[in-house]
Design a protein around this ligand. Structure first.
Ligand code: NAP
Ligand code: ZN
Ligand code: ZN
Length: 347
């Protein structure tokens, strides 16, 4: 077994602290990744605090992982020792259901092994995430990372990047579309960058007036303060798509009314409490509300390659491991520009 160091939560009400555990020895198809950086996603906070229910403790969070391969199994074909590698939100799936066969492993119909707060395919070995020194993963669930981008900025692409990329590609958002991005946090800032790179006209819909300058710097063409009803009136029936990244409960109605006929509200934010909406916010204009979860391995690789080509990374604040509890508070207070990333050398 491989002795791993980490930070873990022992329960939903205790802060994260140092924790030791063992990773499996690499099997024939596994790579061992020495983790260099791990992003801090709002989903880590939801799960550490058991806001979605069913959390498994001890929990080592982290699913925006970038590192370097230090060992490989005898049958590994696609990676060699010394390669950079990324791991996103899952480390395995059944591999035989229709979704897995279509490269949509995130929607595995049998059992998805989340990177943490989940179980391996045996359904009894808990998975532990990226706030740790190493991770051992089958090469099929491992991504190639370009050496040409700053690695700390690449880490958040493994969740915030792919979660916004996947629906933008699914709905073919691009030139000629008006895209609204609701919530300027980790996911939101990636949605702006990717939406702009794909050719859409992007409007930042934010509750924070202080983020207007940043939104424009990130590439947004317009900024609308969602707290100001007069501003929102000007966007009535305006958007083809709104990608909703908000992490807390909110009513859909004011945003649904910003959609054109046949417009789609793409929900990626996952508040623990239900969001409300009126039937008449969608019926008269045949509007839609759709959900989307992370992305498959193939499209995650496509997103990473696209970002390498277009020089796109996340805007990050690198923190030492011991700052993690404070970083969680700062995320909850909206004080993050726009992703915390842990430097694993500080573990
Ligand atoms: P984040 O960095 O905290 O950003 C969330 C943003 O939502 C904030 O910056 C804020 O933007 C806005 N917001 C927060 N509270 C609000 C409130 N009460 N009212 C209105 N706006 C509010 O979080 P994140 O890491 O981007 O994650 C966002 C959500 O997506 C989380 O719920 C997370 O669990 C979920 N998620 C889903 C998937 C998926 O596969 N679907 C993947 C990853 C994460 P403004 O200040 O601009 O208003
Ligand atoms: Zn995430
Ligand atoms: Zn499957």
């Amino acid at each position: 077994m491989i002795a791993a160091k980490s930070y873990a939560a022992q329960s939903a009400t205790t802060p994260l602290g140092p924790h030791s555990f063992e990773r499996r020895e690499p099997g024939e198809h596994d790579v061992v990744i020495d983790i260099l950086y791990c992003g801090v996603c709002h989903s880590d906070i939801h799960q550490v605090r058991d806001e979605w229910g069913g959390s498994i403790f001890p929990m080592v969070p982290g699913h925006e992982i970038v590192g370097r391969i230090s060992r490989i199994g005898s049958q590994v074909k696609d990676f060699k020792v010394g390669d950079l590698a990324g791991i996103g939100c899952f480390v395995d799936s059944c591999r035989v259901c229709n979704s897995c066969k279509e490269g949509l492993e995130q929607y595995c119909e049998t059992h998805l092994s989340q990177t943490y707060n989940g179980y391996e395919q045996d359904r009894k070995t808990p998975t532990y995430g990226g706030y740790s020194s190493q991770i051992v993963v089958d090469e099929k669930y491992t991504l190639h990372v370009s050496p040409n981008l700053p690695l700390e900025g690449v880490a958040p692409l493994l969740c915030a990047g792919i979660t916004t990329w996947s629906p933008l590609r699914e709905w073919k958002v691009g030139k000629g579309h008006r895209l609204g991005v609701l919530g300027l946090g980790g996911l939101g800032h990636m949605a702006v960058k990717l939406g702009v790179a794909l050719g859409a006209e992007v409007t930042m819909l934010s509750s924070s007036a202080s983020k207007e300058k940043d939104a424009k710097r990130l590439g947004a063409h317009k900024f609308a303060l969602t707290k100001d009803p007069e501003v929102l009136k000007g966007y009535s029936g305006y958007f083809d798509f709104i990608i909703d990244t908000v992490s807390a409960q909110h009513d859909f109605d004011i945003y649904l009314n910003l959609l054109k006929r046949d417009g789609t509200l793409i929900l990626v934010g996952a508040p623990p409490k239900p969001n409300d909406f009126q039937a008449f916010s969608i019926i008269p204009k045949r509007r839609r509300i759709a959900g989307s979860m992370i992305g498959g391995i193939k499209e995650t690789q496509e997103m990473l390659d696209f970002c390498a080509q277009h020089n796109i990374v996340s805007d990050v604040e690198v923190i030492p491991m011991k700052e993690i509890n404070n970083a969680y508070e700062r995320v909850l207070n909206g004080d993050v520009r726009y992703r915390f990333v842990i430097d694993m050398a500080t573990l």
